[in-house]
Write a protein that binds this ligand. Structure first.
Ligand code: UD1
Ligand code: PEP
Length: 429
């Protein structure tokens, strides 16, 4: 199994290209199920989750091809993926695939909209929390879907087709918003989604669906209105830059010190996270096509942060921020409100010498002068990358095990960091 080996102590200087967003690419690819014509997605990141979703969609009958790279193209340029769901050949999403990636559950919306029935495995819990799917199910019922749960599968039917309805989510859910939004595009009449997620990835999906012929208003606000159409057609869309990858590298620079330009990054998608990094002492500048992050000289200041749905501080940057605060001058506090069990990095950061006290949903971090390298591992994607960030400043060698978590969401992380001077490598076997 691959590991990432880091020798701490080098500042980061240079440029890092920001890839297309995993969390936008996944729903966009799933949207291909809504039409028999071809959906072309540019700037698709090369990630394990994207590869797995290609397989999952292939199982439903989607033909997926990737355009070859042209000579001279940047090695980090995203892929152009063509997805054609001419016929849906299988309406079952099996447990062995859905259990490996939660977002694959979202096929339930487009499959019901396109063919009126499907059987999709319940995704089950995962390392960061129980993550139920109740909002998806009540939302689909509001669109006229009949549901049955049998042997771990949701068996869903919409005999007369989907019909528009009012869906009110009790709590903001990104996945449930994506799913109901996709389903509603082909439902008869109007659907109103209230307390919808306002995440940029929802806006990106809505923009692509609109290019495919959908009628959607209000994406990016808490109320989305969808007027169903008879059919959707093919389109071409470029995946939004990854705001979580952007924030992660910005935190890495704040941690290690240095001066890095994040090419292609969008400042406007990360206002709340950048506010926190500015408070911690980083200098952050909006560029025409990117963001520059600098920290030279002065130390890291302590912060108090609570994770929230967009536009608040993202839970997907919580672990990385915690790594940063382990070296702050003073006491920081981080409250996690989205997932009940997203603190698995705490024990591992402690192995590197961090001083963190956990009390329910709040971690109090007393900054220390030094971290010391050690073998560590994490059980989820963002926790893993928080250990890499800590390793960038830890004395000596840090080895991060279970690299497959990182490969779910960070394209060639070790190459991007080593190009900026970090002593980091992937060790195979
Ligand atoms: C692939 C992708 O885009 N994943 C992101 C997505 O996950 P995902 O879409 O799974 O996360 P949600 O926004 O749905 O989860 C938010 C909260 O709602 C709860 N909930 C959700 C659905 C439901 O039916 N019932 C319920 O109780 C969840 O357990 C969680 O506590 O948004 C999360 C929150 O920004 C991010 O951390 C993930 O990176
Ligand atoms: C939690 C994440 O992903 P997923 O929803 O696929 O588990 C993430 O991207 O941090």
């Amino acid at each position: 199994m691959d590991r990432i080996r880091i020798i701490g102590g080098s500042p980061l200087v240079g440029r890092i290209p920001i890839s297309g967003a995993k969390n936008a690419a996944l729903p966009l690819m799933i949207a291909s199920l809504l039409t028999s014509e071809t959906l072309i997605l540019d700037n698709t990141p090369r990630l394990a989750d994207v590869a797995l979703l290609k397989r999952i969609l292939g199982n439903h009958g989607v033909e997926v091809t990737v355009e070859g790279k042209r000579a001279g193209q940047d090695e980090f340029l995203g892929e152009t993926v063509r997805l054609t769901a001419a016929d849906i050949v299988d309406t079952t999403a099996p447990y062995d695939l859905v259990s490996r990636m939660r977002a694959s559950f979202w096929v339930i919306g487009p499959l019901l909209a396109r063919v009126g029935e499907c059987k999709v495995s319940l995704p089950g819990g995962c390392a960061i929390g129980t993550r139920p799917v109740d909002f998806f199910l009540t939302g689909l019922q509001a669109l006229g879907v009949e549901l049955e749960i049998d042997s771990g599968y949701v068996i869903a039917r919409a005999p007369g087709g989907l019909k528009g309805g009012r869906v009110v989510f009790p709590k903001v859910s990104v996945g449930a918003t994506h799913t109901i939004l996709m389903a509603a595009t082909l439902a008869r009449g109007e659907t109103v989604i209230e307390n919808a997620a306002r995440e940029p990835e929802v806006v990106d999906l809505a923009e692509c669906l609109i290019k495919m012929g959908a009628k959607i208003e209000g994406a990016g606000t808490s109320t989305i209105t969808v007027t169903g159409v008879e059919r959707l057609h093919g389109a071409r869309h470029s995946v939004l830059p990854d705001r979580i990858e952007t924030g992660t590298y910005a935190i890495a620079v704040a941690m290690a010190g240095g001066d890095v330009t994040l090419d292609g990054a969008r400042y406007d998608l990360l206002d709340s996270a950048f506010d926190v990094l500015l408070e911690a002492g980083a200098e952050i500048t909006r560029l025409n096509d990117g963001v520059r992050v600098v920290r030279n000289g002065h130390g890291i200041g302590p912060v108090r942060v609570t994770t929230e749905p967009y536009p608040g501080f993202p839970t997907d940057l919580q672990a990385q921020l915690m790594a940063l605060t382990t070296r702050a001058k003073g006491s920081s506090s981080i409250t996690e409100t989205i997932f009940e069990n997203r603190f698995m990095h705490v024990q591992e950061l402690a192995r590197l010498g961090a001083r963190i006290h956990l009390d329910g949903d709040t971690a109090t971090i007393e900054g220390v002068e030094r971290l010391k390298g050690a073998p560590v591992m994490a059980t989820d994607l963002r926790a893993s990358v928080s250990l890499v960030i800590a390793g960038l400043v830890a004395d000596g060698e840090t080895t991060v095990n279970r690299v497959y978590h990182l490969d779910r969401g960070f394209e060639r992380l070790e190459d991007k960091l080593s190009r900026c001077g970090a002593e980091i490598e992937r060790v195979s076997g």
